[in-house]
Design a protein around this ligand. Structure first.
Ligand SMILES: [Fe+2]
Length: 317
């Protein structure tokens, strides 16, 4: 395998140096630490991070180098991890304050005593689901875009996974914006989308919400259609999810037509990358410049993952 020597690169420049070199695998040196290897996975999106045990405390310099890699590749995968709930929370907190996880249908945390942990699972105990999203497809979306303040990072850790199905796909919303045809770019400039809060990405009605009959008046946060990433400064298309979206201020038919065109453009993005889960995989994505989806899987199989999200700020243009 091609292993260029970039070990003299400073930690803050390591991931960018790898990207420029086009390396298949390269080492990021970190002062006072062993560093880690980066193996790009998809075309311009996603990389494996090799050589870190995330159950151990992370040196500050390593955390900074990881943040740099994450900002560049948008999706990072750490395989063969053995993380307790506390270790997953501790690692997640290296990237900022954690958000409360969405509550279950009884209005409480999915796991008692762990309000920051969301459970993604189809497993049921005595007929009651232990997590959200079931076994069906979860459509392309950005996590929690229906909130005013949306997450920067989302981390998903696989404890029980399926051999086939249940893959998590990612696309770059930088690329989705950059590749918009000129007329669509002009049509979205300065516009806002209302992100429906009523349903989750599996189409299930959230507790306390009523079915949507008119997207113009249904509940949800308003965000710019094109946001500027607060750390990279790049512009990204920010669509949230298609069902019950609404372009603020437009007649309903025009809003539907514009959203249909934008989503057709997103669905046609050529550079998606799909994570095929193995037990012990931790996947961390930048929720500001990616969308993700979950493919359906056989409901007789068990799938159980833990998710955390890091609080960011209101998306801005
Ligand atoms: Fe999600």
């Amino acid at each position: 395998m091609d292993t260029p020597d970039i070990s003299t690169a400073s930690s803050s420049k390591g991931a960018a140096a790898i990207a420029r070199s086009g390396a298949l695998r390269a080492h990021v040196a970190v002062d006072g630490d062993a560093g880690f290897d980066v193996v790009p996975l998809g075309p311009g999106i996603a990389a494996d991070i090799v050589g870190l045990d995330l159950s151990a405390p992370l040196a500050d310099a390593t955390a900074r180098a990881l943040r740099d890699a994450w900002l560049h590749y948008m999706v990072l995968r750490f395989s063969d991890q053995q993380l307790s709930k506390e270790a997953l929370l501790a690692f997640s907190r290296r990237f900022g304050q954690l958000d409360r996880a969405p509550i279950n249908s009884k209005g409480s945390s999915w796991i008692d005593g762990y309000p920051d942990l969301a459970v993604m699972s189809n497993v049921k105990i005595d007929g009651a689901p232990v997590g959200s999203l079931g076994f069906g497809e979860a459509v392309w979306h950005t996590d929690m875009s229906y909130q005013e303040v949306t997450p920067s990072a989302a981390l998903l850790y696989g404890l029980e996974v399926t051999d086939t199905g249940g893959e998590t796909g990612f696309m770059s919303m930088y690329e989705a914006y950059d590749s918009l045809p000129a007329d669509l770019k002009a049509a979205v400039e300065g516009g806002q989308i209302k992100h429906d809060a009523s349903y989750n990405s599996a189409g299930q009605l959230r507790k306390g919400f009523t079915p949507v009959t008119d997207v113009r008046v249904s509940p949800g946060a308003l965000h710019p259609i094109v946001i500027r990433h607060p750390e990279t400064g790049r512009r990204a298309l920010f669509l949230g999810r298609r069902p019950n979206g609404y372009v603020v201020g437009l007649p309903l038919e025009e809003s539907e037509a514009l959203l249909d065109r934008l989503w057709a453009h997103a669905y046609a993005q050529p550079n998606t990358w799909f994570q095929k889960w193995r037990v012990g995989d931790l996947v961390m994505w930048d929720n500001r410049c990616t969308m993700h989806k979950r493919t359906a899987f056989d409901e007789s199989l068990r799938r159980y993952l833990l998710r955390t999200t890091v609080v960011d700020r209101r998306p801005s243009a």
